[in-house]
Design a protein around this ligand. Structure first.
Ligand SMILES: Nc1ncnc2c1ncn2[C@@H]1O[C@H](COP(=O)(O)OP(=O)(O)OP(=O)(O)O)[C@@H](O)[C@H]1O
Ligand SMILES: [Mg+2]
Length: 254
């Protein structure tokens, strides 16, 4: 990833303190347009909290969040989503009783919004269906469109989470451990799907992932969080070779 790419998302001096405890500590980070940036770090390092600040669920104690040239530090989550900041959660969140296509169409319809004349609503529904089908194809769920979500395998539910996210046309997708709890044999396919979303759909990816073997060959850059702070951010090769990272992880292998 060439360094000339513009920053799509940028944090400066971000801190989160809860009850006197520092959970995110002076994090300055930029996510460049089109890149695949992975955040690693041990349990409790503050990765999910950082995502919560980026998406507006948690207010930072200090620092700023910029989306392009816009300061979104105090913008509510729905404004950020409209600007193009999408996320999936560490646990799946689909409507269990609805079919795969219904789940995706609902997301697409919510994104397309609109109200008014019946013909316009019908047009929107048609657009939503198209968009939903396209997203399902991207994640490889087109053959499961009419399956009730509750009966999907865990891996398929995570793919549906991704399809729902894509229906909102995010510019940046924040993926919090998208392979969490997944059967090992489903993991490589999930990673291929995420790579396809970045390469073919042009979506910028910011992903939290624990498994180093999955990240190498995928990530353009790797960021390491430790005790709330950003310890390193560079190419995966350079981060792994970094003495700071090595010493922080001594006895706690990457
Ligand atoms: N609302 C909250 N109130 C108090 N403490 C919190 C809150 N949210 C997070 N924490 C604490 O902040 C720390 C960071 O949590 P966070 O979930 O961001 O870590 P993480 O890096 O995502 O960990 P994991 O790898 O386990 O998902 C943890 O010690 C957690 O207990
Ligand atoms: Mg987490």
């Amino acid at each position: 990833m060439e360094s000339g790419r513009r920053a799509l998302l940028r944090t400066t001096g971000l801190c989160v303190r809860i009850g006197g405890v520092s959970i995110v500590e002076d994090v300055s980070l930029e996510v460049r347009e089109g890149e695949f940036l992975v955040i690693i770090g041990p349990n409790g390092a503050g990765k999910t909290t950082l995502f919560n600040v980026l998406t507006g669920i948690v207010r930072p104690s200090s620092g700023t969040v910029m989306f392009g040239s816009r300061d979104i530090t105090h913008a509510p989550p729905y404004v950020r989503a409209r600007l193009g900041l999408g996320r999936t959660f560490q646990t799946s969140a689909v409507f269990a009783g609805l079919s795969v296509l219904e789940n995706a169409s609902l997301a697409a319809r919510a994104y397309l919004g609109g109200s008014g004349a019946l013909w316009r609503l019908a047009q929107r529904d048609h657009g939503a269906l198209e968009r939903a089908r396209h997203a399902l194809t991207l994640v490889g769920l087109e053959g499961r469109a009419h399956t009730i979500a509750a009966t999907l395998s865990h891996g398929e539910k995570r793919k549906l989470d991704l399809a729902i996210l894509l229906c909102g046309e995010p510019k940046v997708a924040l993926l919090d451990e998208p392979t969490a709890g997944m059967a090992m044999e489903d993991v490589p396919e999930m990673m291929r799907v995420i790579q396809r979303i970045q390469r073919e759909h042009g979506t910028t990816i910011l992903m939290v992932e624990h498994r180093m073997d999955l990240i190498l060959g995928l990530a353009d850059r790797l960021a390491v969080m430790h005790h709330g702070a950003l310890l390193a951010i560079d190419t995966p090769e350079r981060v792994i070779a970094s003495a700071t990272v090595q010493s922080a992880y001594l006895g706690d292998p990457l």
